[in-house]
Design a protein around this ligand. Structure first.
Ligand code: FE2
Length: 382
């Protein structure tokens, strides 16, 4: 059972997982200072800031679910993943960086990443709507959503404001980055680079995402980075790499249905990604979202009093859309003089019931999940 103290900490917004101001000053502020000339009052303009071209649909490789050998009945698109494609311009990326790395955003919204490995790994979640108008507008502009939808092969909708531009920040010292690069070169020169299924060094191990689709945008210079691909496990156990994006580029991934792993990149000093999650815009399409990796009890960047109301809001939108659609289906049948289809009614209503039930069931927290939380705390105390 979770202690009263832990429950209180979670309800208070995981304040105990904030990044110390000294870490901000040592590691983030020097980056922020290089952006001092960037004007963050600029308004997002798709003509100026969106780098996407519809020709990418022909030129950028997209791997289908069949090619991954993972066709699923409840997938929302035949596209599984895309190779990196230009999404935002250099100017747009610099404005996003300048907005996000401000002290007031960082100190209030950042939290230690629950799967932190080395250095300073943190997440910044739920901040965009309140603090970063350019970033928020960039991701939610209809032209941006249309661009990402076209690459994903299905019309998408941002799942909720909380998931607009989720930030992952990983920092390492110059020395560590240099040593990693030397070691990697040595390994390659003695032919020891072959990786097998079980020994892939990962930022996040094999998992499915919580939401149907994800778009990952790179906000850092990756020119001296080695590795860092997303690896997808196919239906027959093969592992297929999907390249990581360079600065300003993005990839889309049907992460709910594809088992994947984020491999550890080497040789970077700063790696910042911005991730937005989606569901199908058509509420009648399968909606398999869960809270596994994002609920406040597991992901410290999700603040209890802000995250859960948004979750309920989006679920109620889907339930409301579905209710109206079900009503329409049977009204139309009546108007057209068709026979009443009771089995179809059972099927649609049971789906709606399951979806409603999953909305509260997903908010339940298992003992194992609380235990992971406590285990992490103990490890970090030592
Ligand atoms: Fe993932």
């Amino acid at each position: 059972m979770a202690s009263a103290e832990l429950l209180q900490q979670i309800e208070d917004g995981n304040l105990h997982k904030r990044i110390p101001i000294s870490s901000y000053q040592e590691q983030i502020k020097p980056i922020f200072e290089t952006l001092s000339k960037i004007d963050i009052s600029i308004k997002f303009d798709p003509k100026k800031h969106l780098a996407f071209k519809s020709s990418y649909l022909q030129t950028i490789k997209r791997t289908t679910m069949e090619e991954f050998g993972t066709f699923a009945k409840d997938q929302i698109s035949n596209i599984g993943a895309s190779e990196p494609f230009p999404l935002f311009t250099e100017e747009a990326v610099e404005i996003m960086r300048a907005e996000i790395l401000r002290e007031e955003v960082f100190t209030k919204w950042s939290r230690v990443s629950y799967n932190s490995t080395t250095g300073l790994d943190c997440v910044i979640r739920g901040y965009a709507k309140y603090t970063s108008p350019f970033t928020y507008a960039a991701w939610t502009h209809p032209d941006t959503v249309a661009a990402i939808s076209s690459m994903a092969g299905v019309e998408l909708e941002v799942i909720m404001d909380y998931e607009v531009a989720h930030i992952n920040i990983a920092m390492k010292s110059q020395d560590l980055a240099k040593n990693e690069k030397i070691n990697e070169k040595r390994k390659l020169s003695i032919g020891g680079s072959k990786i097998t299924n079980d020994d892939i060094p990962a930022v996040v191990g094999w998992h499915n995402d919580s939401y149907p689709f994800v778009c990952v945008l790179m906000l850092s210079d990756t020119s001296s980075m080695i590795g860092g691909e997303t690896l997808v496990k196919t239906g027959n156990g093969e592992i297929i790499p999907v390249s990581g994006p360079a600065k300003g580029k993005a990839t889309v991934l049907q992460g709910r249905k594809l088992l994947h792993l984020a491999s550890i990149p080497l040789g970077y000093t700063e790696r910042i990604t911005s991730v937005t999650s989606y569901r199908a815009k058509n509420s009648m399409l399968p909606e398999t979202s869960v809270l596994k990796t994002v609920k406040p009890e597991c992901n410290w960047g999700s603040l209890y009093d802000e995250f859960y109301p948004e979750w309920i809001n989006y679920r109620m939108n889907v339930i409301s859309d579905r209710s109206l659609e079900i009503k329409k289906i049977f009204n139309n049948a009546l108007e057209n003089g068709e026979k009443f289809d009771k089995l179809k009614a059972f099927e649609l209503l049971q789906d709606l019931e399951n979806y409603t039930a999953n909305t509260w069931k997903e908010m339940q927290v298992s003992e194992a999940e609380y235990a992971t939380h406590s285990k992490f705390d103990k490890e970090n105390e030592n």
